[in-house]
Design a protein around this ligand. Sequence first.
Ligand code: HEC
Ligand code: HEC
Length: 450
Amino acid sequence: MKLTFRGARVSAGPPLFLCFAASLAFTTGCGDQGAGASDDAALAQRVIESFAETERMQAHVQLLTPSQREEHEASVSVLRDKIPNGYPEPLLPTGALGVANGDFRLARAPFLSAPLIALGQSLFSETRLSFSHEKGFASDFSCATCHPTRGAFVDGKKLSRGVDGASTRRNTPTLFNVAYNSTLTWANRVFPVLEMQAKIPLFGNDPVEMGLRGKEADVMAILRADRGYRALLSAAYGLKSDEQIDALGADYTYITTALAAYQRSLIRFDTKFDRFLLGSAREDERFDALETRGLRLFYGFDALASGTNLPCAQCHSGYLLSDSFRYVRDGKAFSAQAFHNTGLYNVDGRGAYPLGNTGFATADELKRHPEWMGRFRTPPLRFVAATAPYGHDGSLPDLNAVVSHYAAGGRATLGKTGANPFTDERVKRGFVIADEESEALIAFLKTLGP
Ligand code: HEC
Ligand code: HEC
């Protein structure tokens, strides 16, 4: 057994014994206290290797054909300056990769372009895209009410309220890097496409979010009557004349297509963590000892003083810090979907989650697969410091609560009914974590942005 106290010599190879006595290690800063740039580089390399491992072990891989590649390049070029070299690019639903759905305007629209994004950006904050019973159209409500465009596109509430005051069932997720998600929302396997997802807040009634059910035809008429939108629409869809704009008629998929394009442009990899990985951090924003320690704990490179290696990066894995992702890198398309039960609830002592929030499985599926209860998508963790409260229902108020929940092997273990029997084994084990280890872990999570 070789003992090393620096990241530099351990960048390759099997699990290594970095700290033979972690408590001692913490005070001596085992890992990287006072580590130099080359130690950081080696540690960064090790994390990047874990990303490649995620691609190998967790993703379905498809080689792009030359023509798919060409199509991808053409679409992704408008996003290029937001994606660091070597990082994944979103898999855009170009014709050839085939999102089999004639419901949106791919055939006619340039798939992704600056004017299409501009239209979507305007629509995202457009209050005329909502209808309240009190105020009619043009209430003060839009996508941006729940996903404010300043900050991380979250409203900071446990649950949000729709235009008529109805509560959402789930916590509002960030929209940063949403283009990389292989499934959308906390627990849905069937809306992989942003074009389709946008219909839910616009027209859905469970709960009513923007209140436009039954007003599908009116919204396009409102936009077409507006000079500003006529200009945006014609630029976005390459329309040459007033007749062509009017010919869009009542087809709201021109709206959802643009909203999707805008959301795909919300790519952010400009975090302290990414600069650490890319070796582009300024001298004054290098990881300090606490953050380095937290990273090593999160990735399971070091064990806790109590002897456990944290499982965090087994699920919050890869470039997105989630085992659910879909992207193109190096000419290949990678995709993975994952939903897990982390033991937040056990309402009946037999593993049930609260009604209406039982996870990705339908009631029918749960009859056949009771063990699918409580499975939610692993949320990507970039910008996590800005997206409190946490969990699918916002019931974990802060990062301390998140760490306590995992330490307990799932929060349900602390309640009357005890551990949820369907909790993922990696979470169920729980762990004993010292205050300063928890502090380090949270310091690392904060480097994920903003
Ligand atoms: C009333 C508040 C509210 C409004 C208004 C709203 N959203 Fe959301 N949004 C949510 C909530 C809550 C979720 C999580 C839903 C779930 O998991 O069931 C969500 C999820 C999403 C997701 C999935 C993100 C992911 O990580 O999978 C996208 C995309 C999205 N919203 C886009 C939009 C767009 C576009 C609009 C406007 C057309 C909009 N939202 C309006 C509250 C809102
Ligand atoms: C078995 C897979 C798995 C493991 C292991 C795991 N997580 Fe999670 N994590 C999830 C899932 C799934 C959720 C969402 C659960 C829910 O809301 O029901 C989640 C939620 C979170 C959230 C809330 C994010 C948000 O946007 O609300 C944070 C923060 C988090 N995990 C951090 C961690 C840390 C730190 C560890 C290690 C101690 C860890 N996770 C281990 C799967 C996992």
